[in-house]
Design a protein around this ligand. Sequence first.
Ligand code: PLP
Length: 490
Amino acid sequence: MNFIETRGNDGRHPEKVSFSEAILTPIASYGGLYSPESLPQLDESFLSSQMDSDYKTLARNILTAFDIDIDAAIIDQALKLYDNFDDPSNPVPVVRVLDDLYVSELYHGPTRAFKDMALQPFGIVLSSIAQSRNENYLILTATSGDTGPAALETFKNRDNVQVACMYPVGGTSDVQRLQMVTEDAANLKVIGVNGDFDDTQNALKRLLASDSFRKTLQEKNIHLSAANSVNFGRIIFQTIYHVHSYLELVRQNAITLGEKVYLDVPSGNFGNALGGYYAMKMGLPVEKILIASNKNNILTQLINTGIYDLRTLEVVPTTSPAMDILISSNIERILFDLFGTERTKKLMHLLDTEKCYELTAKEHEQLQSIFAADYCEDHEGKVYIRDTFEKGYLMDPHTATCFKAYDTCRDMPLKTIVYSTAEWTKFSPVIANALTGETDTHDIDALESIARKADIPIPAMISELFEKEITQNSVIEKGDIEQEILTFLK
Ligand SMILES: *Cc1c(COP(=O)(O)O)cnc(C)c1O
């Protein structure tokens, strides 16, 4: 399978690249993204042939259908990491919560959020490509809390890769910060930055675009890359669990093979939803994909009005911080897939220059034939968390936004798969507040309170964090980031 560019080719980039090329140098002509030239078809006979496949077997078969330039042995090694999830025989449990609402739990990996689903195997794939080319890579990440721990975990002690991970001091939960600052491997550097997430994100973008930084790295024989969510090496692993979740519903006799379902996805950068879109395009029987947001509801606006207008908007902090995003990068791949290169280039140019674009009525109709959307305010999410807990299911605030979309976006009585993107342990103060009204400033108090109320243990990997030695002590001003990274590379 080859990859082509969402904004067309500028004559300097190759017109088509392989999967490994698209992973290593993810930025295409005119700032576009690499997208698959075509998709494999997973028809009903494929689906029915996978009824007895476990997660890894299904994943291997889907990846084979994608026909990517990665050795089967490396793919096997990458997929083996799903054995480190809570239940190696079923890394993604799908549980029935309401009559026709099923939750696909994507958070059973080492860092307790769905970023592990893609980053775990991606770490092996990227490091193997680097080794086979005998090249060294510096991976930069900026995190608001979930990507950082997952990226550190996957690249820890891997050959030919070093990671510098920036987080905003005070901008993450205790658990998220501890997951990062207790990582001790010689190839990892965690940098606390005095500032907010935008400051770290901007520093990252500046460094990725800086010729002098790139040159300094070249002198050290190091290439620069990023593990952000537009990297197709992550997206490909995010198509698999949509197919798996559908098959789980068939296995549980909730649906018969071929019956349509809704996919209901808590969305930020749209990587998770894009994986669902590709699965649908490949032939998964999906009625529509429901896009759930918080008060940062630019995606609701786009899908419901056909207009993407940033002009009067600013990111507002919410209780589902992983979705506090206004520039949702992977939407570009949807525009490209639906409307083609020229149109995508034009729309993205409008977004850059005017901070606004508008789809035609026909384009909007096309978008609405695939997606429906709604957003959930924090106070509404709190009620969903409490009510659902009273019905016997504990969920995090990102997952809660999907329950609103489930209530408001469906026009057919079809089974719905809600994607749960974080364990309760990652956002415990918000959940404790929803359940009891208490306001904890420290995660440990909230964790203990929820554990008591729900009569469940705090998972060892979380409680141990509070005892672990802090090995990553850097806290710096944003102007000093480049120097800090270069010192680490010495
Ligand atoms: C990253 C993240 C999301 C958003 O996922 P996208 O693929 O960026 O849309 C939602 N919930 C949690 C907990 C996350 O970590």
